[in-house]
Ligand binder design. Sequence first.
Ligand SMILES: NC(=O)C1=CN([C@@H]2O[C@H](COP(=O)(O)OP(=O)(O)OC[C@H]3O[C@@H](n4cnc5c(N)ncnc54)[C@H](OP(=O)(O)O)[C@@H]3O)[C@@H](O)[C@H]2O)C=CC1
Ligand SMILES: CC1=C(/C=C/C(C)=C/C=C/C(C)=C/C=O)C(C)(C)CCC1
Length: 336
Amino acid sequence: MAVATVAALLAALGGALWLAARRFVGPSVKRLHRGGDSGLMHGKTVLITGANSGLGRATAAELLRLGARVIMGCRDRTRAEEAAVQLRREICQAGGPELGPDSSGAGELVVKELDLASLRSVRSFCQEVLQEEPRLDVLINNAGIFQCPYMKTEDGFEMQFGVNHLGHFLLTNLLLGLLKSSAPSRIVVVTSKLYKYGDINFEDLNSEQNYNKSFCYSRSKLANILFTRELARRLEGTNVTVNVLHPGMVRTNLGRHIHIPLLVKPLFNLVTWAFFKTPLEGAQTSIYLASSPEVEGVSGKYFGDCKEEELLPKAMDESVAGKLWDVSEVMVGILK
Ligand SMILES: NC(=O)C1=CN([C@@H]2O[C@H](COP(=O)(O)OP(=O)(O)OC[C@H]3O[C@@H](n4cnc5c(N)ncnc54)[C@H](OP(=O)(O)O)[C@@H]3O)[C@@H](O)[C@H]2O)C=CC1
Ligand SMILES: CC1=C(/C=C/C(C)=C/C=C/C(C)=C/C=O)C(C)(C)CCC1
């Protein structure tokens, strides 16, 4: 008995050491920007959806550090204000620029309410942005919801498709005029490698006949890619580019709807800590596409770890992309 206990303890210790070694010695994504280029985004306005948490928060922090005026589009004002206070504090502690509208050469943070599960909220958010912002250089469609139980948005759409695709579809369309008048400008879309397991089943986009939470997430992420490719085609010659990226597996709050038994949680936390990227590592491709001179003029491409990657044929199907665009216009009520 005692031997078995000691063996189990040694195995656990060995496993923990191996995971720790993997975390610190294993490959990790390098940070793109170092102290030297802190003015790269000076004079540029960036709008990030879901900027209070995870990848969006890390993207906001870095673009702020690079001098951008960052608009955080968030559904919960309290959570967003808290994140903004922390971000300002972190940048100041790291010796970054003083943040605020009065300080020249400094990034600035603005919090605005945006619930992508409500077309009314998207419309009033855009109205406010169009009234208050003279320019918009980068739009980052980052917010997302993952494998929630069956829920509908305010307008009756299946939640994952509604937030991840339709909300961003309306948002982007309403801000296109401002992006065009600010050109050269960029749109960055955050998808997932899990798009591979999705299909655009036009006959049941609201999943009323059958709801599979994994399929619906994958479908919404496939929609993000098809949207990007169709938009890139429509934007040819405008000097507005749009690219899509997957961040890899990142330790964020995205898994909030996944139920993990209490006893397994510590092990799960250890595994995600060892194998998942940190939010700052995961955000590098978003930051790259938003700010790097290397991708100036590049449009309609799919990226991972700051490099272009191949897509499956189903994500490059122009007829599905065109049909999805037309159906989405009807669903969000912007059919001309
Ligand atoms: N983490 C990962 O491993 C991966 C993430 N991704 C993608 O990355 C993106 C960012 O996710 P991540 O940072 O991981 O997850 P988080 O849950 O940490 O962040 C998601 C953000 O989206 C916001 N959001 C959710 N629903 C809405 C809504 N209705 N209206 C406005 N904002 C909303 C959340 O707001 P709130 O905090 O108020 O809930 C939060 O700010 C997502 O698009 C996700 O699909 C892709 C592949 C892997
Ligand atoms: C489940 C869970 C977590 C994280 C889950 C994540 C990060 C899921 C990632 C999903 C992916 C890879 C989506 C791809 O598109 C936490 C927050 C560690 C806490 C414990 C429960």
